[in-house]
Design a protein around this ligand. Structure first.
Ligand code: 5GP
Ligand code: 5GP
Length: 226
């Protein structure tokens, strides 16, 4: 009888399956939330959604597939356009948790469609359109960033806080270190604009970020009201 393949061949085939043949199309996600008061309190204008002024809470910006080297894929599948009928069961939660503040006022579908087309189509191997949006909604609830900040006495009241106290509050509340992105208010102050947390490539588990985006805030950061 013919002997089976030597073990080094089997090992080679297994490695091929793990590394080459099933190449990962991304390494992790950034889950990005925006503070509406900072989006609006700049030289750029903002417009409330057609459904009314959102709650004074962080809103989702997006769930962005990323590579560990800091680069990222985008617009991966033109054959999978955003289809709002696929998330009809999520739309009221989306209006509350993922409001669009861009002008002109919209019901959010343009923003969500942009996020799906640019980022969501790059993680279709793990999350279909419905799961992409429902994962993001679940992550927002799980993180509860505003509560983590408030617990540490950091409130959206126009006061200034140190970058390290903001990061420390989020680490204490969620278990993970955020990346903080600032923008500049009309008077030139650095303010808390977006918070990035990292999620593994299943889209469900928080992880420490393999790499952080570039960019710096001032050491004293305004947290505007909304
Ligand atoms: P900005 O240039 O304003 O920081 O980012 C503009 C857009 O580029 C973001 O809203 C997002 O769609 C994309 N982007 C910026 N930085 C990153 C990143 O580090 N990872 C990913 N996946 N997308 C990013
Ligand atoms: P990005 O490419 O940066 O992921 O997405 C930003 C795009 O979404 C821009 O074209 C922006 O005009 C639009 N957009 C709509 N609503 C919002 C919003 O509330 N916040 C941000 N950052 N962008 C929004």
């Amino acid at each position: 009888m013919k002997s089976s393949s030597p073990s080094w061949i089997k090992l080679f085939i297994l490695q091929c399956l793990a590394v080459v043949c099933v190449a990962q199309d991304f390494d992790f996600f950034y889950f990005v939330q925006q503070w509406p008061g900072s989006y609006c309190d700049t030289k750029q204008s903002c417009c409330y959604p057609t459904t009314g002024k959102p709650a004074a809470d962080f809103g989702i910006h997006g769930l962005w597939p990323n590579y560990k080297d800091g680069s990222y894929p985008s617009n991966c599948d033109p054959d999978s356009p955003f289809d709002q009928s696929k998330i009809s069961d999520l739309s009221s939660s989306m209006q509350r948790n993922w409001p669009s503040l861009a002008c002109p006022s919209s019901n959010g579908f343009t923003f969500w469609g942009h996020e799906w087309d640019k980022h969501g189509t790059c993680s279709e191997s793990v999350l279909d359109q419905h799961d992409y949006f429902s994962s993001a909604l679940g992550l927002k609830t799980q993180l509860n960033l505003l509560q983590a900040l408030k617990t540490a006495g950091i409130q959206p009241n126009g006061q200034f806080y140190s970058l390290s106290s903001i990061k420390g509050a989020i680490k204490a509340g969620t278990g993970y270190t955020p990346y903080i992105e600032c923008n500049v208010d009309v008077s030139g102050n650095s303010q808390l604009y977006q918070i990035y947390m990292c999620v593994d490539n299943s889209g469900t588990n928080l992880i420490e970020c393999p790499v952080f985006p570039h960019g710096r805030c001032g050491s004293s950061i305004e947290f505007p009201s909304f």
